[in-house]
Design a protein around this ligand. Structure first.
Ligand code: UDP
Ligand code: MG
Length: 333
């Protein structure tokens, strides 16, 4: 039995040591083998150097160094393709997801659940604005998109190997992981936890990024925003027709009525605005379809660093086997 923990990191040099000391407490107490897969998502600080230093001491660390910042979703995907475990847990490095919950998750997994979601029962560590916008997003998403996203659930979860194999078969390059996780299905249960504030460092997501993230979620799993324009168009046309009939009738009865500047301008600008909005929505989808048709890989790996126990030299030596670092350029086993 093996547990893979996937940690995407982007400029987190100062968060790595506290994270390692916390996670070690948890995983070392478990009667299970484990690997810690760090995906360095194009950090520009000393994240990679810190990881390499720590790897010398802790051979369960594997490092996937991406060629640039591809975003958390791509970094997670890279980790998932490399994971060898029977159970796989993505976790944030900032200790917002408490590592000890993994024990509870493993318990549920042993009971036969293939997905164990970590649900935040208390989001007080997030700002009011973030909580309420997240809330609106879930409501809107679940109304118009399939499948439903479980609320207050992030990437922190345990997945059986089967689930990860299924995820690795999804080749789309626009990856809204929360949605993809839900899409693959499987027997699912929930454990609750309190989301802590960030231990140190700063959040890598700002309002604009989150807005785009929300658009990503909706466009990836719903075509309602595209189709709604048919109905908006029909309603507006119908209203225009009714108004036209009314004007014709009035002109026939009362004669020509020249003033009407305001109503014309209002109608023209209103319908112009509707059309531009409709074209904008088309653009969102067309842009995504365009990127998908290129079939670019989701991430590019610069190097993979792993520690392996050397066996070639001194097979009959009494010295403990020496671990040495292997550097590869491709993921996969
Ligand atoms: N992260 C990443 N690539 C990015 C942005 C974030 O790998 O482009 C990682 C980050 O290092 C952290 C996790 O994703 O381990 C969550 O990021 P953060 O804590 O900034 O998000 P928040 O908790 O504020 O939503
Ligand atoms: Mg965080």
């Amino acid at each position: 039995m093996m547990l893979s923990i996937i940690i995407p990191v982007f400029n987190e040099a100062e968060a790595i040591l506290p994270f390692l000391s916390e996670i070690s407490k948890t995983v070392k107490s478990l009667p299970i083998q484990y690997e810690l897969i760090f995906v360095n998502d194009g950090s520009t600080d000393s994240t990679l150097q810190t990881l390499l230093q720590e790897q010398e001491k802790d051979h369960s660390i594997r490092i996937i160094d991406l060629s640039r910042n591809f975003g958390k979703e791509a970094a997670l995907t890279a980790g998932l393709t490399a994971a060898k475990g029977d159970a796989i847990v993505p976790i944030d490095v900032d200790l917002q997801d408490p590592p000890e919950i993994i024990i509870e998750m493993l318990g549920k997994w042993k009971e036969g659940y293939e997905v164990v979601l970590g649900r935040r029962i208390n989001r007080n560590s997030d700002s009011w604005a973030k909580r309420s916008t997240a809330n609106w997003f879930y409501r809107l998403h679940n109304r118009i998109a399939q499948p439903r996203l479980p609320e207050d659930v992030g990437d922190f979860r345990l997945m059986d190997r089967k689930v990860v194999i299924a995820l690795n078969r999804l080749f789309e390059s626009h990856r809204f992981m929360k949605g993809l996780f839900a899409w693959v299905g499987f027997r699912t249960t929930i454990v609750d936890y309190v989301r802590a504030p960030r231990f140190n460092g700063t959040s890598k997501f700002n309002g604009w990024k989150l807005w785009n993230f929300a658009i990503e979620g909706i466009t990836s799993f719903s075509t309602s925003p595209l189709r709604i324009w048919t109905y908006v168009g029909l309603i507006v046309s119908f209203a225009a027709f009714a108004f036209g009939a009314f004007i014709s009738l009035r002109t026939a009865i009362y004669g020509v009525d020249v003033p009407g500047y305001a109503s014309i301008v209002v109608a023209v600008t209103f319908i112009g605005g509707l059309q531009l909005t409709g074209i904008g929505v088309l653009g969102e989808y067309l842009g995504r379809a365009y990127i998908e048709t290129k079939r670019r890989p989701i991430f590019i790996v610069r190097e993979i660093f792993e520690m392996e126990i050397g066996t070639s030299q001194n097979d009959n030596s009494l010295l403990p086997p020496q671990a040495s670092r292997t550097v590869r350029s491709q993921p996969g086993n």
